[in-house]
Design a protein around this ligand. Structure first.
Ligand code: 0WD
Ligand code: CA
Length: 378
């Protein structure tokens, strides 16, 4: 099915970035003024229940409960007997977002265009895919593949698991599997199901459950609609989404200057990118010891992260992240010429390489389901 692929070192086109068939990820090319990024606005939300069923409502929303000054959260508790894990072999692609779009198409479809089927967005995707784009200029380990397809004038972007990622997932050591549970267990210690209740650490951790916000925003001249999973919200009812949301994280305790520096240079980059995109203002970190016990927590304001990292040598820059993402989206717009949901443009990137792409017609890469195509045409 591979019908088109240009060599990334195509000398004839390489000089002119507006014509090139590849996209460089070199940091220095993206060090310019911060691009326009409009305040993200929540346009809806949805929930996935314990059986991973979709609901066009906020039933899975949880409320943040500030932990003690000296917490003692055993993250290992319940791993063997109170853990229901989402099946990672099921590839959901954009399905939940598409369901949300169909359920809300009456209020979403643009009044401005003559085409009554069209959405007023250039791109629809998961927040997590955009996070990967933001961090690409600094990523040295994991590549990615993003499948893109244009339907009714909107480009849908859905990640494809790389071969390397699949091999790693299928050979994950037992210790890593347990550590993946720790993050969810921390959520259970700090989140309540109701505004007036308390967390219940004796319950079951079920990673099928999720609450997702759907936001719209604009990056340079790209109108975006994306969804991201939100851990919980502030109890104060006067705080409005997405400003009320709180992102929960765990990280190893910081004991040395070297560990602090690495935390700033690598972990805060991923945390910042993920929360900045949907306008989530606050990250609460639980610092855990070697035994998986959270012994302290700290709040990071997303708006203050760039100041926090300024003194690190050779550190990441938010403007590089955002400019790269913006240029990637421009690149995608330029490459995708056909409006055809059965045609996938597969964008691929490996560390230290340029972004390349290939075309796939009627292949297993096609990801917009028939129920969505038909539902949108009606
Ligand atoms: O098809 C895919 N390749 C993916 C699908 C990759 C990533 C996510 N998803 C889907 C899932 O349906 C999930 O419910 O996206 C939803 C979350 O979307 P997102 O917010 O855009 O993803 P991301 O920002 O990467 O992760 C947010 C949280 C994670 O929290 P931490 O604190 O670890 O970053 O969503 C969870 C996880 O708790 N999460 C996932 N949940 C289900 N499936 C997945 C996943 N593949 N990845 C992260
Ligand atoms: Ca989290």
């Amino acid at each position: 099915h591979l019908t088109h692929r240009r060599d990334q070192f195509d000398v004839k086109t390489e000089q002119n970035p507006l014509r090139s068939q590849t996209l460089s990820t070199r940091k220095d090319l993206y060090e310019r003024d911060f691009p326009l990024y409009r305040q993200p606005v929540e346009v809806g939300s949805f929930s996935l229940d314990a059986q991973r069923r979709f609901f066009n409502d906020r039933r899975q929303m949880r409320y943040y409960v500030e932990p003690d000054k000296n917490p003692n959260f055993d993250l290992k508790d319940g791993y063997r007997d109170r853990y229901i894990r989402r099946d990672e072999n099921v590839k959901e692609k954009l399905d939940h977002i598409l369901r949300w779009i169909l359920a809300n198409k009456g209020t979403l479809k643009s009044k401005e265009t003559t085409d009554s089927r069209a959405l007023d967005y250039d791109f629809v995707t998961w927040r997590g895919h955009l996070t990967k784009l933001l961090t690409t200029p600094y990523e040295t380990r994991e590549g990615w593949q993003l499948a893109a397809t244009k339907f009714n004038g909107t480009i849908y972007i859905s990640e494809v698991e790389t071969e390397a990622a699949r091999v790693e997932r299928e050979n994950r050591p037992e210790r890593n599997k347990e550590m993946m549970y720790w993050g969810y267990k921390f959520e259970q210690y700090t989140c309540a199901d109701n505004v007036d209740s308390l967390p219940d650490p004796s319950g079951v951790v079920n990673t099928n459950e999720a609450f997702c916000t759907v936001v719209q925003t604009r990056l340079a001249d790209h109108k975006l609609l994306f969804s991201g999973e939100v851990d919980c919200r502030d109890k104060d009812p006067s705080a409005r989404p997405p400003a009320c949301y709180v992102e929960l994280k765990t990280s190893p305790e910081i004991c040395t200057p070297k560990q602090r520096s690495n935390f700033h240079r690598f972990k805060l980059l991923k945390w910042w990118a993920q929360s900045f995109l949907p306008g989530v203002p606050r990250i609460v970190a639980g610092f855990k010891d070697h035994d998986g016990v959270v012994v302290s927590t700290e709040t990071f304001l997303v708006s203050k992260v760039s100041q926090l990292i300024k003194n690190e040598f050779n550190c990441w820059k938010p403007t590089v992240c955002m400019n790269f993402c913006s240029d990637f989206l421009s690149f995608v717009k330029r490459i995708i010429t056909e409006n055809d949901h059965s045609l996938v443009y597969l964008f691929s990137w490996e560390p230290y390489r340029d972004v390349t792409y290939s075309l796939h017609r009627d292949s297993h890469y096609s990801f917009l389901p028939r129920w969505f195509i038909e539902g949108m045409s009606g």
